[in-house]
Design a protein around this ligand. Structure first.
Ligand code: BTN
Length: 274
């Protein structure tokens, strides 16, 4: 399969780390997460295997949403991991830290994490993470960490329902006049190396503490008033105080602290409170 900047020759040259092989690369597929889960059904696939696609026809987002993308405009891949069960709840947090780090290093942009799974640039979504698991006999067998990054996609080309809240690396570089837009293979290599480093930390308690510390440092929500939609549809508002040891978000609501394991931040007020 030839995808110019994601050709096998190029990938073989740049993917020198532990993560990134074996790999399956597609011009177009339904979803790299779905393809990785099918691969796991077919055979034993080791940690570090990756599925990459130029375009997805039914890219999956959180909460059953569609993940939109543009051919050549996005970097989309799914990484197979085999985390310990106790590390699973911090997997999305660790992936967020890794991708923010990769974007900071490769693109020199000020990437942040919007709890629980968004990668943002000045509060606009530039990437997302979707972790799906495979279990056998009730036990965790593998996790598929799906990453989508809007690289060159312009807001004007995005579907209207996401254009107001989304951005891309290219748009950020153009608007701020700083940073750079790397080739997809380069950003993929940087992302996989950062994911490897961050996932390795999940193996020890000290390392998990380090991931939580990094998530707190990279979060764009802390110290701000947020409106949170919970999984059951309820909405709550409070001051975001910290990312907890289990990856949950602590809000201060009417002077009481409450920790949320899941949810979606619908509004994020500026630090000045407007
Ligand atoms: C979200 O923000 O809702 C998560 C989006 C995750 C999108 C990526 S793109 C690569 C991988 N394959 C998918 O179908 N989804 C993830």
């Amino acid at each position: 399969m030839m995808l110019d900047d994601l050709s096998d020759v190029i990938l073989e040259r740049v993917l020198a780390g532990r993560f990134g092989r074996p790999r399956r690369v597609y011009d177009e597929i339904d979803s790299t997460n779905a393809a990785a889960l099918r691969w796991l059904e077919e055979e034993h696939v080791g940690e570090g295997a990756v599925v990459i696609a130029d375009q997805q026809t039914t890219g999956r987002g959180r909460r059953g949403r569609t993940w939109f993308s543009a051919p050549r405009g996005s970097l989309m891949f799914s990484l197979v991991c085999r985390p310990q069960t106790r590390a699973l709840r911090l997997l999305t947090t660790a992936a967020g830290c890794a991708i923010a780090r990769a974007l900071r290093e490769s693109c020199r942009v000020n990437a942040a994490i919007k709890w629980p799974n968004d990668i943002v640039l000045r509060d606009r979504k530039a990437g997302g993470i979707l972790v799906e698991t495979r279990t056998a006999g009730g036990l965790l067998e593998a996790a598929v960490v799906g990453i989508g990054i809007n690289l060159k996609w312009k807001s004007v080309d995005m579907p209207p329902e996401i254009a107001a809240r989304a951005t891309s690396i290219a748009a950020e570089v153009e608007d701020t006049g700083s940073g750079r837009v790397p080739a997809r293979a380069e950003l993929l290599a940087a992302s996989l190396n950062c994911l490897d480093e961050h996932f390795a930390l999940l193996a020890t308690q000290e390392g998990r503490g380090e991931i939580v510390a990094r998530a707190n440092a990279l979060s764009c929500v802390l110290g701000r008033h947020v409106t949170l939609r919970l999984a059951n549809g309820d909405v709550t508002t409070g001051l975001a105080r910290r990312i907890c040891d289990d990856g949950g978000l602590e809000l201060v609501i009417d002077e009481h602290a409450a920790v949320f394991a899941a949810g979606e931040i619908e509004t994020l007020r500026t630090k000045a409170g407007s």
